[in-house]
Design a protein around this ligand. Structure first.
Ligand code: ASP
Length: 312
């Protein structure tokens, strides 16, 4: 029997330490949900989906409900789930009416002949597959909505992208944190899975899609190798296929921690101040996290315990 385990994240960025206490119970409950599934002999896939569903519902993270809108005032959500056992994945991008994008991503993987759906077609697919559609405004966080309505330029200015590389000053003036959520797990049969769910960068231009729904960027999983979920500046993550990079390092023999550290150093060697974090599980059940950001919110199983950390 493989040593089972799960690690979840609630984003990597910078936020005041006082916010840690607010995030902690949600992270712990999410890890507990995943741990209980694994302890009962459930699959890594179920564990990461249900752990992420819980975080999608939690008000403090930028996934599912309670998210900042884009620059047009619309919440657009992205999600990816990867099954390391089958090498299959499902993903959705820019969905606007679905409360649990990670579950829709799983349905794409398991109930369609395809891998990825976007926009109105993805919402329509959700309805066809029996998921309730909700008004977009129900996904939007109230505080962010107020900033949008008041056109608060401190909040609305673009944060990153090709033409505007991120810099430290930009980060320190950003009042909202970046709380994509994710989970990676290994079950008692040695199957690994990864899940990532995000509303992307706050007040992104309409139609902008980040790394979260992209295989090899926002997440990756392969049995015998491990699983990875990334967070942070999505443009940089997707340019470097960061989740696949970390998985390749594990395939070469690195442990979860070595692979996570190698991926973050690789990112830092290409981009100054890259604002990136990731969680990793290897095929031996070792859990790890790393980030180039001041903060990363993670929670993981350690024997019978659940541990939370906010710094790499
Ligand atoms: N990676 C996400 C994106 O760029 C944002 C985040 O993780 O904070 O869409």
């Amino acid at each position: 029997m493989t040593k089972y385990g799960i690690i979840v994240h609630g984003g990597a960025w910078d936020w005041p330490d006082e916010q840690d206490a607010f995030k902690t119970p949600y992270l712990e409950e999410s890890a507990r949900i995943g741990r209980d599934i694994l302890a009962a002999g459930g699959s890594a896939l179920d564990a990461v989906e249900k752990a992420v569903n819980y975080l999608e519902d939690a008000p403090t993270f930028e996934a599912g409900t309670g998210v900042p809108p884009n620059r047009n005032g619309v919440a657009q959500l992205d999600a990816l789930i990867v099954d390391g056992r089958t090498r299959d994945f499902g993903s959705v991008a820019a969905v606007e009416r679905v409360k649990y994008p990670i579950t829709l991503a799983r349905k794409v993987m398991e109930e369609t002949a395809h891998c990825m759906f976007v926009g109105a077609g993805a919402d329509e697919l959700a309805r066809e597959l029996g998921m309730p559609l909700i008004p977009n405004i129900e996904l939007v966080d109230e505080k962010s909505w107020r900033a949008f309505v008041e056109r608060d330029e401190r909040v609305l200015k673009p944060q990153w992208g090709k033409s505007q590389p991120l810099n430290a000053e930009h980060v320190s003036h950003q009042p909202l944190s970046h709380d994509t959520v994710g989970a990676v797990a290994i079950d008692q049969n040695g199957n690994v899975a990864a899940a990532t769910s995000s509303s992307g960068s706050p007040f992104k231009p309409a139609g902008r899609v980040g790394d979260a729904p992209l295989l090899g960027s926002g997440g990756f999983a392969l049995n015998g190798v491990g699983a990875v979920s990334c967070t942070g500046n999505g443009e940089n993550i997707m340019r470097l296929l960061l989740a696949k990079y970390a998985a390749d390092k594990m395939a070469e023999g690195m442990s979860a921690q070595q692979a996570a550290d190698a991926a973050v150093s690789y990112m830092s060697s290409v981009y100054p101040n890259p604002m990136t974090g990731m969680i990793v599980v290897d095929a031996h059940g070792n859990l790890a996290y790393a980030s180039s950001t001041p903060k990363i919110a993670v929670c993981y199983t350690a024997g019978d315990q659940i541990k939370t950390a906010f710094r790499a």
